[in-house]
Design a protein around this ligand. Sequence first.
Ligand code: FO1
Length: 318
Amino acid sequence: MIVALAGGVGGAKLAQGLMAAPGAGDLTVVVNTADDFDLFGLRICPDIDTVLYTLGGIANPETGWGIAGDTFATLDALAGLGRDPWFRLGDRDFATHIHRTERLREGASLTTVTAELATALGIVATVLPMTDDRVATVVETPAGALPFQDYFVRRRQADDVLGVTFEGIERARPTAGVEAALAGAGLVVFCPSNPIVSIGPILALPGARDALAASPAPVVAVSPIVGGRALKGPADRMLATLGSEVSPLGVARLYAGLIDGMVLDDQDADKAAAIEAELGIATLVTGTVMGGFESRRALATRVIQFGRSLVPVGSGRT
Ligand code: FO1
């Protein structure tokens, strides 16, 4: 079984490739939930939905999030009632949030509801929220502490990021499903998602690092930084203001002790030697920029081949 850790759009693209790669076997995707929030009385889980819609083949190809061809009559009507339509929820997307909110209110866990949504979309992979507990990313900026989606969507990532905290993380736990997946994995892949606010919360869950260290599987990360820039989102600026090098080496340093291999883009080939020498992490230099389905599957195939060639550090990891 392959276990992928993922945030939103970049993670979902590689997860789709992993699901379709020849010889990959079963796939479990563990998804960040620290971006989740409440809006209009509904529970919104953007990263889970991005992964579900992408694996289900219905994601909006222009944005990477939301549903292809969705309409916005409900949001427009809410705007007519004086509500600020800053977060673009489509009509079909609303159905997901209504169903999830109702099921959570009935007492179902986020894990159960996510499985129901995955089944409804005909997804063969297992999609797991990282936790069933509430965790919320708070972004420290010169304008003050901002809830994640205020920083990300409402204010368009314009503020410098001075720090990031995950509210509730110390009381949260990875689910039993996540722990079992890591324990039974044949390969673990950190998708090219933001290392600070997408993969970061998963690794910050009490017990997650230990579960990874105890996993018998090799662990491989795909760099979300290519040619000094994030492929999507603010990871490059976040790394810079938080004092990390904006390169695959900077990302590898954040993951040091957890990963056995790092996949970096051809544009960053000059960083491979330092990642190997400084951190003892094996590297694969290849094209990592994903467009459509075929490029996702091709990258996933190379990642799997590379990962399976590695001998895990296993219990030597910290
Ligand atoms: N991202 C945006 O930049 N603007 C939006 O209006 C927006 C709406 C939205 C609706 C549903 C959903 O599942 C995701 C949505 N996203 C939007 C993406 C999302 O907020 C971010 O990409 C993630 O939270 C970061 O991984």
